[in-house]
Design a protein around this ligand. Sequence first.
Ligand SMILES: Cc1cc2nc3c(=O)[nH]c(=O)nc-3n(C[C@H](O)[C@H](O)[C@H](O)COP(=O)(O)OP(=O)(O)OC[C@H]3O[C@@H](n4cnc5c(N)ncnc54)[C@H](O)[C@@H]3O)c2cc1C
Length: 466
Amino acid sequence: MAVYDYDVIVIGSGPAGEGAAMNASKKGRRVAVIEEQESVGGNCTHKGTIPSKALRHSVKQIIEFNTNPMFRDIGEPRWFSFPKVLKRAEKVISSQVVLRTNFYARNRIDVFFGTAEFEDKNTVLVRGTVKGDETLKAKNIVIATGSRPYTPTDIDFNHPRIYNSDTILKLSHTPRTLIIYGAGVIGSEYASIFSGLGVKVDLVDNQSRLLSFLDAEISDSLSYHLRNNAVKIRHNEIYDSVEADDRGVVLTLKSGKRIRADAFLWCNGRSGNTETLHLERIGLEANSRGQLEVDDHYRTGCEGIYAAGDVVGWPSLASAALDQGRAAAADMLSADDFRYINEVPTGIYTIPEISSIGKTEEELTEECVPYEVGQAFFKDTARAQIYDQPVGMLKILFNRNTFQILGIHCFGEHASEIVHIGQAIMAQEGEGNTLKYFVNTTFNYPTMAEAYRVAAIAGLNRVANL
Ligand SMILES: Cc1cc2nc3c(=O)[nH]c(=O)nc-3n(C[C@H](O)[C@H](O)[C@H](O)COP(=O)(O)OP(=O)(O)OC[C@H]3O[C@@H](n4cnc5c(N)ncnc54)[C@H](O)[C@@H]3O)c2cc1C
């Protein structure tokens, strides 16, 4: 068995692993990446972000075709099956794999396909490569092994009617009714996707409000629009049992309710992928959710070993994982591009889309901050009228005395893009972070950016009227 020497070994080729590998390689280090799936991209590309966003896009197009009267000249509304929209997602996954494979080739990074485990803090054994087991050595190692759906043992995930967010991508038919258990980001996104395909969805939430970390007005809007699309949202419910047979699935809730559907999708929690790494050989231990603790430089408790991405927990987003990986590589190489990732916007691809950064109204009220609100409704902007996308709102929260922007909350078409305009201003130092930027700057017209000007004027008027 050959032994290969590197400067940096990265375990996992999701966004965190890719970020770490690319940054270390750009800084002239010899880098190896180990990936246990058949191709690079991580769960982000194969099971999470990319397939779900591609599915959503197809469903949006179907909704557009079926509801826009203009298309009636082309044909009557059509029904599309889930496997059909999945096909399009598979094409996007393949394109992403090609793109990312090229990144590694171009940067001369060796990729080993196999399962990594630690032998000691400088040695990793890769099991099951095409050449058998391989041993790699390096001064620094980054654990970027990501996460997978948490699956409680009292639910039979082998039953063909019971799915999680990984296995749903193998669904080979379109159920008429679906129970989604867990109304976090993933559950709410899948509720949008399936209801958009005309599936009757029961969305079961163990909290009293959808996505309770969001500004209440935004989370209320999501509830309204999901209900409007025939999603039955059930709050404050906890499962007692999930039983499946040939005819369907029955979910029994602790409250005594019983719900029947053709299929069941579990979207409640994720576990870090650490159990095959043999962490005990390097003196590390994952917590009960399989996650590793790191300091604010992404260092684990073992010298030279870093961890980044979903395996370290919050915020468990591809966006942050990539930056965390880059930061880990920067820290180990004492480079000046190190940045601790603490300000992360939320991008939630429900229908309608949601995005936000900064404080919510509830948080500012709790902290007794003297804030005011500027709002713009998409239905009043020319661009949204042209797009025929009237659903949506931009809300800017700002300090009433200093005009400093404190929070930006948006829902509607392109919300996750729109939020970044405000984020850029919010990130300015001192007086650069001001609501007045939006009234003192000329924007293209018609654009969704116009919503910032409208919201800023509305907010300033509220202050002037005090
Ligand atoms: C349905 C869904 C939708 C999502 N939507 C979004 C979104 O819209 N925006 C967003 O920012 N985030 C989204 N996320 C979250 C995002 O996918 C994750 O935050 C991101 O994938 C984390 O990246 P990572 O690099 O930490 O790990 P992963 O992408 O999980 O990659 C880890 C890789 O490590 C490999 N690996 C694990 N153990 C080993 C081992 N022992 N040896 C070798 N390889 C190993 C795995 O095979 C995997 O390929 C979504 C997640 C899901 C499930």
